[in-house]
Ligand binder design. Structure first.
Ligand code: RFL
Ligand code: PHB
Length: 391
């Protein structure tokens, strides 16, 4: 049996857990991180791609500014198209700030490099992680790895283990309330080593359903199409995907589409989920462990990073000044931010997806026209997308 002692035990080595561990380390607070998967598995997951400028600032605080500056793409706007007619949200003009395209895969890789380079205690392939005594001053985690079982004694537990993790489900059912909504659609996504169809993202609502043209670099494209959530990947060979995408994006974009073999293909659900509260004694939840949003608003990773940033500041205040006000306010602040993101992601989803009834089609058309006509509507969209209206 291995016994480890630390100040903060972190469950989950995705963006939330890694960023928290790095910010604590820079502030002189020790942590041990337990991750269920291998490093290679976590680093190969293709997920988010769009960062708010607040997230970029946080990554810079964590020591990633060189990597982001060298490899990120800065986007001053994006397009939303409705049956071929496009509205460009001019983020720079409407908010004064661009968004940044830098993949979650890259952020995770960069943070593992920094943490492991600094000798961080990260246990991969940690199985059967169990939380104990988080309502006392001496919480504990127990776990198992290939070399045997272990225990981590700590002062706080950070539950950063995503939506299927063990942290949230360790809380007694009567102490937590869950709000959720799932749509019967998913996003079928592919990554391909082809140049993106445009310099900016295109969110396209067509009569055949939603499509998104995104990217990771000038040579790597990320595309998505709305599909029934019951669809299986083997129903979507590459040719069918490209054909469907071509039909769902505006003609000017379809004419420029360069296709190629997919490097990755997956289906993501369109689901909203919020668990309240986010603190239970000395257990604090962060990121997807507490809330998930449909990917349409590009908010999930940004929320996870904001939670990690706020939790790190609250813990540093506790250790440096013996001031617990940050910890006391953490749950309420994080939930306010999460619900704002839920609202926006839900709204973007409702605006851009084929919902299958004529009433919804008409409402979408009216909403789209409003964006073109009303500066206030366009400004709210832009500020929500960039994160400056989300508080
Ligand atoms: P993660 O990334 O799920 O990491 C949790 C980690 O915990 C580990 N784990 C455990 N470890 C130990 N013991 C256990 N019992 C454990 N259970 C789980 C897992 O192996 C994993 O390593 O959560 P985190 O850190 O909160 O980060 C959240 C983000 O990953 C997520 O919100 C985003 O990917 C969402 N998202 C997007 N967000 C954006 O901000 N912008 C985007 O453009 C964007 N696009 C997306 C997305 C998510 C997508 N999918 C696949 C759902 C696009 C897609 C398609
Ligand atoms: C992505 O590039 O994966 C991406 C971009 C914007 C979104 C969702 C996902 O809204």
């Amino acid at each position: 049996m291995t016994n480890l002692n630390t100040q903060v035990a972190i469950i989950g080595g995705g963006p939330a857990g890694l960023l928290l561990s790095q910010l604590l380390h820079l502030g002189g607070v020790d942590s041990v991180l337990l991750e269920r998967r291998t490093r290679a598995y976590v680093e190969s997951r293709i997920r988010a791609g769009v960062l708010e400028s607040g997230t970029v600032e946080l990554l810079a605080r964590a020591g990633l500014s060189t990597q982001v500056e060298q490899h990120a793409l800065f986007h001053d706007g994006f397009n939303i198209c409705f049956e071929g007619n496009c509205f460009r949200a001019d983020l720079k003009a409407l908010t004064g700030t661009p968004v940044v395209v830098y993949g979650q895969t890259e952020i995770t890789r960069d943070l593992y490099q920094l943490r492991l380079g600094a000798g961080a205690r990260i246990l991969f392939e940690a199985e059967d992680v169990a939380l104990h005594d988080f309502n006392s001053d001496r919480p504990r985690l127990t776990y198992r790895t290939g070399t045997g079982s272990g225990e981590v004694r700590c002062e706080f537990i950070a539950g950063c283990d995503g939506s299927h993790g063990v942290s949230r489900t360790s809380v007694p059912a009567d102490a937590i309330t869950v709000y959720e909504q799932s749509l019967p659609y998913g996003w079928l996504g592919i990554l391909s080593g082809t140049p993106p169809v445009d310099d900016e993202l295109i969110y396209s609502r067509s009569s055949r359903g939603f499509a998104l043209c995104s990217m990771r670099s000038r040579a790597l494209s990320r595309y998505y199409v709305q599909c029934p959530i019951s669809d299986q990947l083997d129903e979507w060979p590459d040719d069918r995907f490209w054909d469907e995408l071509r039909h769902r994006i505006p003609e000017w974009a379809a004419a420029r589409l360069v296709t190629g073999p997919s490097i990755e293909k997956s289906i993501a659900p369109l689901r909203s989920f919020v668990a309240e509260p986010m603190r239970f004694g000395r257990l604090l939840l962060a990121g997807d462990a507490a809330h998930i949003v449909p990917p349409t608003g590009a908010k999930g990773l940004n929320l996870a990073a904001a939670d990690a940033g706020e939790l790190a500041s609250a813990l540093l205040l506790h250790y440096r000044e013996r001031d617990d006000s940050g910890l006391e306010n953490y749950s309420a602040n994080a939930l306010r931010r999460a619900w704002n993101a839920v609202r926006f992601s839900w709204w973007m989803t409702m605006l851009t997806h084929r919902l299958g009834d004529e009433f919804s089609d008409r409402v979408q058309r009216a909403e789209f026209e409003l964006l073109r006509r009303s500066h206030a509507a366009a400004e709210l969209l832009a500020k929500s997308y960039c994160g400056t209206a989300l508080g």
